[in-house]
Design a binder for this molecule. Structure first.
Ligand code: GLN
Length: 604
């Protein structure tokens, strides 16, 4: 079997080959152990928010995470202390200085942001635990959840930095002086050195980024690494401060929140979508991987990932917009009721939605509903293909429902499985959800009928002669025919026929209602509801095939049954009656064909 290569994989391989000759910059040497890195190492990964990874080159080579640890620890500090307590100690302003600058606000000593060393050391101080080991338990646990595997510290790199990190120690003591670090700073400083020495691969970094793109949940393991509410804070500081003094230029060029480390890694994230991870140890003057910067800029450009790009703005959330004229419920109605519903069909509107419900898409839906509200009675929103709804959009839908209610109109939802909870939490009436369009439309029709035609006929027993199958037969014919019919009673929820069964019987309902359904993934789909007077089972009766669907009694159902044997016996005893019955069966099948054609036409 020949494997077909994805053009995305092909693109990454070409890009890797194109950037590999770039050998500017130098491997970091101020932490002696880092000098041992092979300057030729070069790996690129793209990981999607749902966890698919494209990779090329040295993506499984271990190296130390260094400063890419900073935003992750910042997220953990936010979770453990809350936003206000963290902001009180660490700012969120880009410093425009180098990563190791001692950028403290003059009066307060508050570090400018959590991604320069001063801010990162202060962040580490906010992590739960008085000892280095306690803090590291939390940090390693968090990073491992991000990566989706258990991460460890590279002891040599840690010791190497601990032995030489006098400048960071000086920063720690300055922070202590300003009471940003309340306690003696050594345990925090050692934890900071250890957090920077956590060993990762380019593939791990890609998973960390995919987790951020996926709202804080690792898409492969399904484990939450960071509370959703802090994901945007972490990505914001990456966007404004992640690349140190090159941050402004970086955001301008790539439009992606990112973080680099002196180990040679860069992680960039397109929020909600994907992550790019690059590993190449040669660094530029700002301490960012030279090839890493080139790769991220190329990918952002080639694949149009700049977050300010905004070209996906025109996605309409409405896939189909229908009225009851082309989408009626399966509930059969009396002639007068169906006549009325036909005329008033435009007063029921059904919208099939898709994509994500967020402010911009929900705004379009609300605008449409408001424009139609004066001449409409009931709106149904089908959410089957909706992938999610955020709290702001859910709230607006709830407000819309209430606004329509005050006008005496209804907003219903069908097929809402994934969104149900979120909508109900936002205040949408739990009674307004229906399993599918059919049930929602039936409710809408009933409402229309009860409002505008208060006395629509109920469930009265039918005289045999009025049943569709017996139309055109006179009293004498009926008397004769009755000898050929069986009577049977079914009770509520009892099965009358089952799909796949052999069938020799034709049914006429004289009292009660029966539902035709087929099983589906989620339960059943209702295909039809037979009121008194209707005939069913014609298809299998005529072509002698097995039953195609289930029929169940909805209440006590009285039936007259014509068996195939009795039907052939009629041939000799009353050929005229048999012909009449045949004509009526043909008429009923013709009606069904017309209905199916109407439904098919609405799908075009
Ligand atoms: N551990 C390194 C330091 O504090 C991290 C710096 C970096 O990756 N930019 O110097």
């Amino acid at each position: 079997m020949t494997m077909i290569q994805s053009p995305i994989q092909r693109y990454l391989e070409d890009l890797h080959a194109r950037i590999a000759p770039l050998s500017d910059g130098a491997v970091a040497d101020y932490i002696p152990e880092l000098q041992l890195a092979n300057p030729g190492w070069f790996g690129i990964c793209i990981a999607t928010h749902d966890g698919h990874v494209y990779e090329v080159g040295d993506t499984r080579q271990a190296f130390t995470i260094q400063s890419i640890s900073k935003p992750l620890t910042y997220g953990l500090a936010l979770e453990q202390n809350g936003k206000a307590a963290v902001l009180a100690k660490i700012g969120v302003e880009p410093s425009g200085d180098a990563f190791n600058a001692i950028s403290l606000q003059p009066e307060t000593g508050r570090p400018m942001n959590p991604l320069i060393n001063a801010g990162a050391i202060a962040t580490c101080g906010l992590i739960t635990g008085d000892t280095t080991a306690d803090k590291m338990d939390h940090i390693l646990g968090s990073f491992s959840r991000f990566a989706g595997r258990t991460l460890e510290i590279d002891a040599k790199v840690y010791q190497s930095e601990s032995a030489t990190g006098h400048r960071n120690r000086a920063i720690g003591w300055m922070l202590h002086n300003f009471n940003i670090l309340a306690d003696e700073p050594t345990p925090t400083l050692e934890a900071y050195f250890q957090q920077c020495a956590i060993e990762v691969t380019c593939h791990d970094l890609a998973m960390v980024g995919a987790t951020l793109a996926n709202g804080g949940v690792n898409p492969v393991t399904g484990t939450r690494a960071l509370a959703q509410e802090f994901v945007s804070q972490v990505l914001s500081v990456m966007a404004t401060c992640g690349m140190y003094d090159a941050s402004g230029d970086w955001l301008y060029q790539t439009g992606l929140p990112a973080k680099s480390g002196v180990g040679g890694g860069i992680l960039a994230v397109q929020p909600g979508r994907l992550a790019i991870a690059v590993f190449s140890p040669r660094l530029d003057a700002q301490g960012n991987s030279t090839r890493g910067v080139a790769v991220c800029r190329a990918i952002a450009d080639d694949l149009q990932l700049h977050v300010m790009d905004g070209t996906d703005r025109n996605m309409t959330p409405v896939r189909r917009s229908l009225t009851r004229r082309s989408a009626a419920s399966k509930q059969r109605r009396s002639e007068s009721a169906s006549g009325y519903l036909k005329r008033a069909g435009d007063r029921i509107r059904l919208y099939h939605l898709h994509g994500a419900l967020v402010f911009s898409t929900v705004e379009e839906i609300i605008r449409r509903l408001m424009a139609r509200a004066p001449e409409s009675e009931v709106f149904v929103l089908n959410l089957k293909l909706v992938q999610g709804v955020n709290p702001a959009a859910a709230r607006l839908l709830s407000d819309t429902q209430k606004a329509l209610q005050t006008l005496g109109k209804e907003l219903l939802f069908s097929d809402a499985s994934v969104c149900w909870h979120k909508l109900v939490d936002a205040g949408v009436d739990p009674q307004s959800f229906y399993a599918d369009d059919d049930f929602a439309l039936e409710h809408a029709e009933n409402r229309l009928l009860s409002k505008l035609q208060p006395t629509h006929p109920g469930d009265t027993p039918f005289a045999l002669a009025e049943c569709a199958l017996f139309r055109g037969l006179d009293a004498q014919d009926m008397l004769l025919l009755e000898r050929f019919l069986l009577s049977r009673t079914y009770y509520k929820n009892q099965s009358i026929v089952s799909a796949g069964q052999a069938s020799n019987e034709l049914f006429v309902i004289t009292q009660g209602k029966a539902m035709v359904s087929t099983p589906t993934e989620h339960g059943i789909a209702r295909l039809d509801v037979f009121p008194p007077g209707s005939t069913f089972g014609e298809v299998a009766f005529v072509d002698q095939s097995p039953r195609s669907a289930n029929v169940t009694a909805l209440n006590t159902v009285e039936c007259k049954i014509l068996t195939r044997d009795a039907f052939s016996d009629l041939e000799n005893e009353a050929p005229k009656v048999k012909i009449r019955l045949m004509e009526n069966i043909a008429l009923s099948l013709a009606g069904t064909v017309r209905q199916i054609n109407r439904e098919l036409a609405s799908l075009k």
